[in-house]
Design a protein around this ligand. Sequence first.
Ligand SMILES: Cc1ncc(COP(=O)(O)O)c(C=O)c1O
Length: 430
Amino acid sequence: MWLNYYLRNMNLVERDLKVIWHPYTQMQTAMPPIPIVRGEGVLLFDEAGKSYIDAVSSWWVNIHGHSHPYIAEKVAAQLKVLEHVIFAGFTHPTAVELAERLLQIIPGNQAKVFYSDNGSTAVEVAIKMCLQYWSNKGSRRSKMIAFKNAYHGDTFGAMAVSGRSAFTAPFDNLLFDVEFIDLPNAENIESLKSQISNLKSDLACFIFEPLIQGSSGMLMYKAQYLNDLMAHCRSEQVFTIADEVMTGFGRTGERFACDHLQHQPDIMCFSKGLTGGTMALGITTCTQQIYDAFLSDDKLKTLFHGHSFTANPIACAAALASMHLFLQPETMANIKRIEARHQQFGEKIKSYQKVKEVRQTGTIIAIEWETGAGTSYFSTLRDKLYQYFLDAGIILRPLGNVLYILPPYCTSNEQLDYIYSKIEEALNTF
Ligand SMILES: Cc1ncc(COP(=O)(O)O)c(C=O)c1O
């Protein structure tokens, strides 16, 4: 009784601060969280009714706008039929249909779908598939290559294949060794290939974020050189894992970043936009070759991996609904519209004194701010810009001194223009 009375008289933020520990947040110094009570399209609304343009798609997950009625309808219908079932020894129509449809739209060499819970678990599964492939074949190949500054998630395997950074520092001595190589370009491509060849007898796989390294500051690199590296890996029998967790479902201007490539990966990871940002769901896909290495009369060759909520029917229903919307012609038209607008804006601002570099791929534009200091996630500029845009009713969450827009595809031209105008204002202010 007393507790109910007490809780009723506290606002949401006070209640939150009493009981919740937020992600990526220094709880001692962070500003109180903004209480969001409703979402519609590109907008999020706080308790007081203030609206915010979600220009980062809520950690890069939202592609069709918030509380999309079509996704809501499909999720509600699924809830009434089957909310969950153990996925070992059982299956259900929504998981099968989603797997069938996903395999139709990703590169044709992918043959099997393995479900998990989020981007990090999709990466964990990919790593295990590769390592156990070689183990099942009786080989000792167990080394992995990744790009410097990579980010593949926060679980231990995903952290291990991510660049060593402030995020990983407390755990570095527990992370398995990975060979980190530079992003490829015209100058270093041959030496990167030699690095791979020198290690090849130990190498299990090469994992990468195709075309864009998101968390490390939207660092972009050319498809052509990635393509070269992938071809080389294939010739050296090193598996390639494309982590499309952020780039998948339209972000790079094509359906998938791998659609910019001629060579295709052996394994792919998906999450974020997979459910349109509605539910947590991860998928790892692989080729028939990898799958076949786990088929045996010997039970020890099984992939012993699974989560309680593997292939949750509600999440699969959200993903199917999101894919339906994604495949409508107007979605790709919107992606191309945002891409063209970003290009124009990039041209317009690149001569500003404060602009060190403008990078753009598809619906993502990143502006690296000249601060006098180097590029850093801990740049003090970050908090100033973050607050500045919140005050203007825009959620932009700079990665240090790198400001980026990564909007839902339904963001209107007017909303884009408003964001651009506030960025120009900020360039003249900070
Ligand atoms: C490329 C990439 N891989 C994996 C992840 C981890 O995904 P999750 O946060 O869903 O675990 C992220 C998250 O930002 C990502 O950008």
